[in-house]
Design a protein around this ligand. Sequence first.
Ligand SMILES: [Fe+2]
Length: 549
Amino acid sequence: MRVLGVNAVFHDPAAALVVDGEIAAAAEEERFTRRKHGKSPVPFSTWELPERAAAWCLTQAGLTAAELDAVAYSYDPQLAPQPNGDVTNDAWEGLRTLYASRAPSFLRTALPGLDASRVHFVPHHVAHAASAFLAGPFPRSSVLVLDGRGERTSYLAGRQGDDGFEVLATQELPHSLGLLYEEVTQHLGFQRSSDEYKVMAMVSYGRPAFLDAFRQAVRTTDDGGFRVHPLDLAEFVPPVRNGERWRQEHADLAATMQARLEEVLLELARWLHAQTGDAVLTMAGGVALNCVANSFLADRGPFERIWVQPAAGDAGTALGAALHVASQHGDDVRPMGTAALGRGWSAEELCAWLQKAALPHERPDDVAGAAAEVIAENGVVAWFQGRSEYGPRALGHRSLLANPTHADNLNRLNDIKGREQFRPVAPMVLLERATDLFEGPLPSPYMLFTHRVRPEWRDRIPAVVHVDGTARIQTVDRADEPLVARLLEAVERRTGVPVVVNTSLNTAGRPMVDDPRDALECFGSAPIDALAIGPYLVRRSALGARVAA
Ligand SMILES: [Fe+2]
């Protein structure tokens, strides 16, 4: 059957299309509208749909909305707080429920020809869970959904077994690990529900100085849930106001939040494992993007393997909801083999874009070799190849690449992107070489774990080693990513180092580059030495304005 998945309720609106159990397309609305996270996570925006992402998914598969068998909407308004007459109560929560319940008619407007009776509401955390256990490569797994919130809950523990999916525990709001992490994010002067990864980056600059208080406030219960009692964060350190620099105590607060999160996740994972005895854990929900906590679980937890949905945030519920509905209707759902589920362009189309922009370009024998040469000479390459990534990480399709052997390339990339200097960049490495350089869970194709850099390599790849000696690696399997594998081999031949710095191709505050125009605009507005777009290479030096390295 043909199922369109839609996420629209909170933020990161996205669409995904599953045809006869196979994932045909998945994309976030922000990549089309160029507004980061697509919209504000407020009840007033619940009516906004991923219109362009959904329309593209249909086009990609050559379908019309009338040909869809089902639309899977990743929120069930029946489970949510009901408006009870006044939608302004409880911070307009009733408005969210009302808008969500009207989604079928909104969708019919956005996708002309759609039969509104084919819209299925999938509970938010079932959609997250399905994005893990159905999209992951394991037929059976224990499942953790670690989220800010769904309809009435913030957390789900379950199991996908031979008889289908079973929910083993949930946690009702207001108790929420994700919302507490968001509160800390806001207190540290960042945007909640968006900048949590910046808090994670701050962690290694602090120590968990307030852990006793956090242990009192955040506790697990015997039934697989937890309680989060209110914490006055200003008691630990005043909030970071607009434009202020953060102090040591702020980093300590980040480190405390992270440490308690890890302890609680370990207890939740142990509880779940005691129920299931499974070898594999799959995870989704915004908190599952916390790669430091994921590594802690992989290292200390009871499961042998952990697989995390790369679009673990709400965008991934579009895919999860679609897979869930397809599976419920008896389709043989196949796992995702790649996160490259977004838009792509042919060489001819890319050539037309370059000609239109009147950019001098060359077509080398192998663009991977040509880009490797630029990187070996310490140039920065904008790398636009194949279909764009679903989820927040650049995985070698819309990436900025650089040489890891120069420590100052960290600051240089942060400058190019116009973002904070404490933000790390990450290494890509061939899967078969990863154990030579890094310790930690392998494979790691989606950058969802951190790894310890072996001591003998720390000085050789200083740009990607975090202050605590770790790195958030992406392993590249040559069977899945032959072009990126060739690039890594070519870089090693020239530099002796089998690693390339990889960070997302965008500038601060903007979504990742998705289409050729975005790529040209990004290249044109930032001191990037070369743009490798499909088989073509554009050198800034050929434009007559060389960038100082
Ligand atoms: Fe969620």
